[in-house]
Write a protein that binds this ligand. Structure first.
Ligand SMILES: N[C@@H](CCC(=O)N[C@@H](CS)C(=O)NCC(=O)O)C(=O)O
Length: 207
């Protein structure tokens, strides 16, 4: 195998990595599976990633990566010219922090809050978990809003991987209208990134 294989699902965070691979110009194929549905696709996913999560990225040498932030950093190692990680130290400090906020603080609010019934909770507990997750997510977004200054991208004049997460995640709950009202800077960065043809193509495929 001389190309990357991205195990992905429509509408999921795997779109971030598909955008990153496209911008980096790395040969890849996308294997779309219904990640929560029992069957051969999920069985294969579980053989690489015990959490059964997408994105899961299989490297040309067969190594499996199961965390999107690690994939972003790897893609940057292989294709630094794409500058998915900013080159200057000051911007990198903000970049690293926000990258980990996105995957370590924001993403889990979807992972656990969106499908609380899967955790075996009764209706009342599921509603409570969902409410708490939604509130926590909005708190984090509002904080991130204070840390970016789109010009036009989240960290300035050059696109970074943060913008790719924003393209995908601003379409998720609480949705564009909420971002327009409470986090217009994050939404502006997402919209600027979505103008880039390679990003737009992946976004359309995932709509
Ligand atoms: N930390 C992971 C989170 C990935 C994640 O939660 N993906 C969702 C789909 S958008 C998923 O696979 N959820 C199923 C599950 O966690 O059981 C990453 O950033 O790659």
């Amino acid at each position: 195998m001389s190309e990357y294989e991205l195990i992905a699902s429509k509408g999921c965070g795997s779109a971030v990595i598909e955008m990153a691979l496209a911008l980096a110009g790395l040969p890849h194929r996308v294997t779309l599976i219904p990640y929560l549905e029992p069957g051969p696709g999920r069985e294969r996913l579980l053989s690489h990633n015990p959490l059964g999560q997408v994105p899961t990225l299989i490297l040309p040498d067969g190594t499996a990566m199961t965390e999107s932030a690690a994939m972003v950093l790897h893609i940057h190692d292989v294709a630094p010219q794409a500058e998915l990680v900013p080159p200057d130290v000051d911007n990198r400090a903000v970049f690293f922090n926000l990258l980990v906020v996105l995957v370590g603080a924001v993403y889990p609010t979807f992972t656990f809050g969106d499908e609380p019934k899967q955790l075996g909770l009764d209706d009342a507990a599921a509603a409570r978990l969902r409410g708490e997750s939604d509130a926590r997510r909005m708190r984090i977004w509002r904080h991130m809003e204070t840390l970016v200054s789109p010009a036009p991208y989240a960290l300035g004049s050059a696109l970074t991987a943060l913008d790719l997460y924003l393209v995908v995640m601003t379409a998720w709950n609480p949705g564009r209208a909420w971002f327009a009202e409470h986090c217009p800077k994050l939404l502006a960065a997402a919209d600027a990134a979505a103008q880039i043809p390679a990003v737009a193509r992946v976004r359309e495929r995932n709509a």
